[in-house]
Write a protein that binds this ligand. Sequence first.
Ligand SMILES: [Zn+2]
Length: 303
Amino acid sequence: MRRLFYCDHHEIELPPGHKFPMRKYRLTRELLASDGAYGFEAAPFAAREDLERVHHPAYVERFLAGTLDPAVIRRIGFPWSDGLVRRTLASVGGTLAATRDALDRRYGGNLAGGTHHAFRDEGSGFCVFNDMAVAALWLRTHAGVERVAVVDCDVHQGDGTAQIFNGDPKVFTLSIHGRKNFPFRKQQSTLDIELEDGVEDENYLAVLETALARVMDWKPNFLFYQSGVDGLACDVLGRLALTHDGLKRRDRLVLGACAGAKIPVVITQGGGYGDPIEQTALAHANTFRTALEVFGNGWESAT
Ligand SMILES: [Zn+2]
């Protein structure tokens, strides 16, 4: 059976009224568990040396020790706690473990991660460390994999990922995001697609298809998919008008392109802030369901 990595058992205490929908992670896992098609493994913690391939050792040290400047903590958006440290290390560790699965089995999945607003020296927007960047440099060091693409379909620009890999010719960063949405100071990805508010399925998918063709023409050897579902119409932060069907077609485009070109892919969960949050959890679950449809369930390589 296919497996997914999770870290929602590490609880983070949030102050009353905090807007982050922590509950969605467990809801997503429960939906997938009810399908019976996936097994679930607690994500291992990322090793410090893996984090430090991307992040400044002083930033890593201060986060782990709880000595970050209050302004830096405020930009991350979560109060510091031991639980936050454990959950953060497991979120990155889940993406690293899913990366190993992808090398062996064509794809791997993390029910967390996609923390694309984390920069080299600081976190931002609910992101502490950049899991996809950490895993991309792990691949380069430990698996000799070069030419890595990051396809980021969260409605918020993958600004941390863009900054980390700016000037690195071996990483192609694609971000498809809302022009008027956070972050308000954008970074430069290899390819940025800016969407106006209210974009619907057909326009979105046409734009994605064209952008994805450019990524595939670049011939990546490995792909990270940030599959944020905050483009869903009921999302309170998204400003787009995508449907569940549109998001499924989006997932099929990205994952189908990887399967067709035999490129291993890691699916990270990314953002989603629906009202009700059950709709967001359903959209996240659908992404992993679509992966099963595209790649199948077995250990053997898909052909
Ligand atoms: Zn987002």
